[in-house]
Design a protein around this ligand. Structure first.
Ligand code: DGL
Length: 275
């Protein structure tokens, strides 16, 4: 199909939580999704590697006539958004960080904002910078408390969102944020909306959770790409294990997925450095 579409990519399956929000807000838009299931996770990899993957993922989406790119992966949004923007040229790019940071600054009362994400996202400090800019623009004083929660990713993929292990992991990761007195918590990773209940239970009902994908999806206005599509018009591509993606993906997405396509990136090995 050569109609303009919303290109969405992620390291794998987690980006479907963002697609779920897009389906809810713009049901008539055609989605071209790529999940890099052969190379996930991104959140534990180096900045250089994630930047290279982001470049290749963007090239794939651009081959499919996308009119807008949503970088569903928080890790890519944190360390490689500029790479995507450079390649995309005039195609607009929406990342996960800036919209969520802006929303957090708007909703916080105490000015204490928690941030959770992968190791790479937290190490990048991208949320802190975006929050500082948003706070300066709003004339607000805020402080941030960041915590990497790497075990949340496999817990969500395992379907253990309601399991004792998830409760224990949430308590261990989030206690220091609770003690710091946060009133707002950014779910800065594609998988965390799946664990929203256990996270909310752990931090208490008064803490406002911000789903970065949902906030970013609100920036994709219907005017961008109004189309009428059938379910079969969407294009879902992965780089490995399409049937596992379907099984897990239908849980993340909350509905059935169309035919899955497996794509292969043909790369050549070159020596980068020796240590
Ligand atoms: N999609 C990643 C993110 O949002 C989480 C999974 C991964 O580490 O690849 O940061």
């Amino acid at each position: 199909l050569s109609i303009p579409s919303i290109g969405v990519f992620d390291s794998g399956i987690g980006g479907l939580t963002v697609v779920k929000e897009l389906f809810a807000s713009i049901p008539h838009a055609r989605i071209v999704y790529f999940g890099d299931t052969a190379r996930l996770p991104y959140g534990t990899k180096s900045v250089a590697t994630v930047r290279r993957y982001a470049e290749e993922d963007t090239e794939l989406l651009l081959q499919h006539n996308v009119g807008l790119i949503v970088v569903a992966c928080n890790t890519v949004s944190a360390v490689a958004l500029d790479v995507v923007e450079r390649l995309a040229g005039t195609v607009p790019v929406i990342g996960m960080i800036e919209p969520a940071a802006h929303e957090a600054v708007q909703v916080t009362q105490s000015g204490k904002i928690g941030i959770i994400g992968t190791q790479a996202t937290i190490a990048s400090g991208a949320y802190e910078s975006a929050i500082a800019s948003a706070a300066a623009a709003a004339g607000k004083t805020v402080s941030t408390y960041a915590q990497a929660c790497p075990l949340f990713v496999p817990l969500a993929e395992e379907g253990w969102q309601d399991h004792e292990v998830a409760r224990l992991a949430a308590k261990t990761y989030l206690m220091s944020l609770v003690e710091a007195g946060i009133d707002t918590l950014i779910l800065g990773c594609t998988h965390y909306p799946v664990l929203a209940d256990v996270i909310q239970e752990t931090v208490g009902a008064k803490v406002h959770l911000i789903n970065s994908g949902a906030v970013a999806a609100r920036q994709v206005h219907a005017a961008h790409l109004a189309q009428t599509v059938n379910d079969a018009d969407h294009l879902f591509m992965v780089s490995d294990l399409p049937s596992r993606f379907r099984t897990l993906g239908e849980r993340f997405l909350g509905r059935s997925l169309p035919t899955m396509h497996e794509v292969v990136f043909k790369e050549a090995w070159i020596l980068r450095r020796s240590a």
